[in-house]
Ligand binder design. Sequence first.
Ligand SMILES: [Zn+2]
Length: 478
Amino acid sequence: MSALTNRSVSEWQPVIGLEIHVELKTRTKMFCRCETSFGLEPNVRTCPVCLAHPGTLPVPNAQAIEWTIKLGLALGCKVSGRALFARKNYFYQDLPKGYQISQYEAPLCIGGRLVVPGPEGASEIRINRAHLEEDAAKTIHVGGVEGRIVGAEHSLVDFNRGGTPLMEIVSEPDIHSSEEAKRFLRLLRQTVVELGISDAEMEKGTLRCDANISVRPAGSNELRTRCELKNMNSFNFIGRGIEAEIARQIAVYESGDEILQETYDFDAASGTLTAHRSKEEAEDYRYFPEPDLVPYEPSAELVERLEAELAELPGSRIERLTSELGYELALDLVTSGRDALYSRLVAAGAEPKAAANVLMNQLAAAGVDPDAVNPNELAKLIEARSSIPTAVFNEGVGASGSSSFAAIDFISQSAISDAGELEPLIDRILAANPSQVEQFRGGKEGLLGFFVGQVMKETQGKADAKVVSELLRAKLNG
Ligand SMILES: [Zn+2]
């Protein structure tokens, strides 16, 4: 597949839709009062309801419903006036009821969009639906490689996760590259995290993503047979998995074959795709409305209240900051949670690009909590950065999270720019390095950096580099 030329790849357009599952961080499960958990001893958070004992009845979690509506509103979805829960029937050991309570017809949220900023402008990805369901329990395969079923001796089931509220967000197939898929997913994750409804961590499995992928001749509008990529547990794997599947499909078409609708696992270690079953269709699940739950009719007041609670969303903040900082820096600021401090620094008079760079470099390296910083004081320090030694500036940024931080304490340690103080030192250094002086005068001007470095070393980084350079040039050329 790696033999494919760029020319053949450019003749095909990938068509990608994503299905994202987000575990909500409610205190209790979706239909019972067991507390949700992560990483506990197996099977300590269970009850007759989530273990599906006969005669038990589900009671929906109001918080989970509100949070799903809230995300739907953030995505510009229409909130259903009469939402239904449905039974999705299938058999697996991690699903004791033999069905999952999910939504099929009449999900909570329908039809929205996410505007995804990118390096070449924003793209709009339509959202088909956002609905609510319960998570299955967790199967652990013992003896297989990396807990996989292949080669396993037996399997164990941990029901702690069974019944955790799970939100499913389905995009339309509007995504056309692995990079765009990753950008969409990152932005959706940031939105979910900022709404405070999930930790959405891929490595913990609280954010999971499947991709439906097909390719078509560039310029055509047809939708060809798609394959589903499952079980991708990092942003990096998602990108690589999608790339591998696109290359596989192009190779199949170019050899004259047809694509079969199948589900694939991407093995990140070997970079290979394994087909594991042909994909089920909706009719295989024999959906029907859940008879134990009445239809849910959200009140207009609830929807209005949730809408009013939405602050400016990360996508629109990234777009706004992209115009002044460029996409990468804007994305970094927003996804690191430092953009609010950035705006306060600029309002306090800091130069925008300098402020953004300090936040993403020195402040990040020092591990300072952006919410603890007094923006007026840090703005003063940033504005004075060129006249104070680098070491002192970094020290100041590192201290900016403390309540007693005052920029003046660091600005007052200004760089040594007094020629009267620097000249004797420079003379001494030139006298100690006669061969370098000779080489410089012979045309090796790059040695200026060597002399500046010597002066910095002697002054512990406190000399004004610009003044030192000027003095050195004057002496060496004189
Ligand atoms: Zn329970």
